[in-house]
Design a protein around this ligand. Structure first.
Ligand SMILES: Nc1nc2c(c(=O)[nH]1)N[C@@H](CNc1ccc(C(=O)N[C@@H](CCC(=O)N[C@@H](CCC(=O)N[C@@H](CCC(=O)O)C(=O)O)C(=O)O)C(=O)O)cc1)CN2
Ligand SMILES: [Zn+2]
Length: 763
């Protein structure tokens, strides 16, 4: 019999119960018992939903209070000393301190670094590695949850990040050593975990190795072979899970180790499924991940069924499992909770719960024939047909405009050096100008006003007035703090992508389509289903109002085309590049309107530029070319005197620094403080041609940095970036912080800039 499973289920809960529970715990509103009850309830619910859908195994360990990579680190006892003297029995407060730098018991420590998980908008906490580190069990969470699942009558399939991927994602600290050296210490730790899970009654364990979708150095490929030859026959059957891309040149490697199961991403690696099926050793089964775990489109089941039948012919029904392509972490929980979507659009979509049904249905059709599921198959085919033929998807005006794009539209009038002269007279900024990245705290009052407005208890005029009052207060505070270039604070935007998605044609938005971004933070990615058009200006009124309150330059604030694309669910019926160009044209109009309204500086954020980079080197240049082009289309319609800013965060930028320069923004702000300005290394060999503000204030942590800390970071920066091209700003926007932290922190930042101005430049 063909079996069905999932690699992981969204952990936040359909109504973000996990978010609410942890935030209540952090604020002291609820007890540890309260938190643990909430977790138990969520896990039990998710297992029940998966079992009832018809899956044969339920994943365990996909639930996390913050991040599953951090969970694996703690399980392995990889807990840096600054958090706890002992890596055994790591308690919840220590766990949260690793993630947030702070815990409910008041203790503080610099938190672990956080960065993007592969090419997704999920963030993980970077494991810290050092030579000679010892791995010992630091937590019983995975075992406790496995026991719960068994007690509740399920077949548990514990899931953890595999040893190669965990090491790959880790960062070697201090001494210069090759982190792969740790593999031989790590394997015994995994062997012990597998043994214990098996004793508890787990038949299968899933080890996630998404790095199999990357270009791997030869030593890592050898490491993979060595590790998995040692991890088989240790008790449970081992399923190695590869996802987020095809196996490519790692196919033979993945098929050469005698594991019991191999999961393959059958969406991004669709073309290689048959080849994998043929290459697998006879003792290994194939988990075909044919339902897209990265997008929200309903599958064309008829077509998938045909492909699965081919696989079944090669493998036999005992060696085939059906699954989503990856964990369902990246899609919202349940379409049934969406009440605002029109029926046609809803018919095109599937969220996590619906995807489980799709997986189960495919399994059933394989095992029992199409008869029992004929009706569902017809509905699925009709949905696919309706989407293909819908006239909501195409807009002729947009198509014509796209066809009329010229290279000149992606070029400013003059090079930076010349623009700079005009901008200096236009802006009159001091040396080392201070600014912020855009958002200010989304206070309880702002959210309350929004809630009241949505519920119809506050009129549109009153809502606008409340937002304007916030903007006025934000402007006043910035003047008081002494910042040089101001922002309006973005109170009207719950999210920098959703906000634009709600105003552009071709986008649909959800009311409950939450997806975890990091920790307790969630986003509602819009759904791009058709050609993109901007029916009217989106931000001009707010920015104009903010500028009217001050003589200091006000930055217009927009989200760039690549980021809007990357943080939305995208259409799969045309290349991403085409959708990016459509968004770029819409944003270009907004940029022009802001300029006409009198804004002298406009920031177009592209924090997701790096995240969108294809996992395989061979695919990168093409992406970078169209991504740069899209940004430049959006920003090149302005005069030389208008200063274009951009901003990036949450990722490593050093490897694409030339692309960042090619954006030709006049000023870029980048996250840098959390990695202690590591970013600056690249500028030793590469002179960034325009202006740059490496973040001096880590906004992810509630800690308020001191003037001295920020001066020290600026001194570091000044060694590689000439002072006359250096800006002073935080790492990112401040919407997740409270004013009680932001006020003093920005005050310290301005003081740090002033201190620097009093001194001679170092070079
Ligand atoms: N899309 C996106 N991706 C991104 C980022 C980003 O800013 N946007 N930044 C990075 C990640 N950083 C992030 C930083 C903060 C939040 C964040 O604060 N998210 C909020 C949700 C924001 C939001 O839409 N807030 C709504 C409130 C929605 C809500 O909670 N409504 C309540 C009721 C209202 C309330 O009590 O507040 C409900 O529906 O139950 C608003 O302000 O109006 C959260 O999780 O809390 C997310 C990601 C990278 N990826
Ligand atoms: Zn940012």
């Amino acid at each position: 019999m063909v079996q069905a499973h999932s690699l992981g289920f969204p952990r936040i809960g359909v109504h973000r119960e996990m978010k609410k529970a942890v935030e209540a715990y952090w604020s002291g509103e609820s007890s540890r018992e309260g938190l643990e009850d909430a977790g138990r309830e969520l896990r039990a619910r998710h297992w029940r939903q998966q079992a009832e859908a018809g899956l044969d195994y339920v994943p365990v360990g996909d639930f996390s209070w913050y991040d599953h990579v951090l969970d694996t680190s703690v399980l392995l006892g990889a807990v840096p000393e600054r958090f706890s003297k002992s890596a055994r029995n790591v308690d919840l407060d220590t766990y949260f301190r690793m993630a947030r730098g702070k815990s409910s018991d008041g203790a503080e420590a610099t938190p672990c670094e956080m960065t993007k998980w592969f090419d997704t908008n999920y963030h993980y906490l970077v494991p810290e590695l050092h030579a000679g580190m010892i791995f010992e069990q630091g937590s019983s969470k995975l075992f406790d949850e496995t026991r719960d699942a068994i007690e509740q009558g399920y077949h548990p399939k514990p899931v953890l990040v595999g040893p190669l991927t965990w090491l790959w994602l880790g960062k070697a600290k201090g001494e210069d050593f090759d982190k792969l050296e740790l593999l031989d210490r790590l394997i015994p730790a995994y062997v012990r975990i597998l043994g214990r899970l098996s004793e508890m009654g787990a038949e299968w364990v899933q080890l996630d190795e998404p790095i199999l979708a990357l270009d791997l150095p030869e030593e890592w490929r050898e490491g993979f072979t060595r590790a998995y030859n040692l991890l088989v026959n240790r008790g449970p059957k081992v399923m190695v899970a590869a996802y987020y891309g095809s196996l490519g040149d790692n196919r033979d490697l993945a098929c050469s180790v005698p594991v019991d199961g191999l999961h393959v991403d059958g969406v991004r690696g669709a073309s290689e499924l048959e080849g994998v099926a043929e290459a697998l050793p006879p003792g290994t089964l194939l988990s075909a991940g044919v339902i897209d775990g990265r997008n929200v489109w309903r599958a064309d089941l008829e077509q998938l069924l045909a492909r699965l039948r081919d696989l079944e012919r090669v493998l036999g029904s005992e060696r085939l499992w059906v699954a989503p392509s990856c964990s369902l972490l990246h899609v919202p929980v349940d379409l049934a909770e969406e009440h605002g979507l029109d029926e046609q659009l809803r018919g095109w979509l599937a969220f996590a719960v619906q995807k489980l049904d799709e997986v189960a249905l495919l399994k059933r059709a394989l095992n029992e024939g199409r008869e029992p599921v004929a009706k569902e198959l017809t509905v699925s085919a009709a949905a696919a047909g309706s989407r293909r033929e819908s006239d909501r998807v195409r807009r002729d005006g947009v198509r014509e405009r796209l066809a009329g794009l010229t290279p000149a539209m992606a070029r400013r009038d003059h090079p930076y050096a010349e623009r700079r002269r005009h901008q200096r007279t236009n802006l009159r900024l001091p040396e080392l100008p201070t600014t912020s990245i855009g958002s200010f705290p989304q206070t309880a009052e702002i959210r309350r006003a929004r809630r009241e407005y949505k519920a119809g208890r506050l009129s549109e005029a009153d809502y606008d007035a409340a937002m304007k009052a916030t903007i006025a207060e934000d402007v006043r505070l910035q003047e008081e703090i002494g910042l040089d270039m101001l922002v309006h604070g973005e109170p009207e935007r719950p999210d920098m992508v959703e906000y634009f998605g709600q105003q552009l044609d071709g986008f649909a938005f959800t009311t409950n389509g939450w997806v975890q971004s990091y920790g307790s933070r969630c986003v509602r990615p819009p759904v791009i289903y058709g050609d993109v058009n901007r029916p009217e200006p989106m931000t001009v009124d707010w920015s104009l109002y903010a500028q009217s309150l001050t003589d200091k330059p006000m930055k217009g604030m927009l989200t760039g085309p690549v980021t809007i694309l990357q943080w939305s669910f995208v259409r799969d019926d045309q290349p991403r590049a085409d959708t990016a160009r459509q968004i770029a044209l819409a944003m270009r109009d907004e940029v022009s309107d802001l300029e006409s309204a009198g804004l002298r500086a406009i920031q177009v954020d592209e924090p997701a530029l790096r995240e969108g980079l294809p996992l395989r080197r061979a695919d990168r240049q093409d992406y970078l070319d169209w991504a740069v082009e899209a940004f430049r289309i959006a920003t090149s319609g302005v005069s030389d005197a208008t200063q274009i800013h951009t901003h990036m965060c949450y990722a490593e930028f050093n490897d694409i620094i030339e692309t960042i320069a090619a954006l030709d923004a006049d000023v870029i702000s980048v996250e840098a403080s959390r990695s202690e300005m590591e970013l600056l290394e690249v500028f030793r060999d590469y002179e960034y041609p325009n202006e740059i503000g490496p973040g001096v204030y880590d906004i992810h942590s509630p800690r308020v940095p001191s003037v001295e800390e920020m001066v020290a970071l600026l001194e570091k920066a000044e060694q590689v970036i000439p002072r006359d091209r250096l800006w002073v700003n935080p790492d990112c926007g401040l919407k997740t912080r409270g004013w009680e932290q932001v006020r003093p922190a920005l005050g310290h930042m301005v003081a740090a800039a002033r201190k620097m101005r009093e001194r001679q430049p170092v070079s």
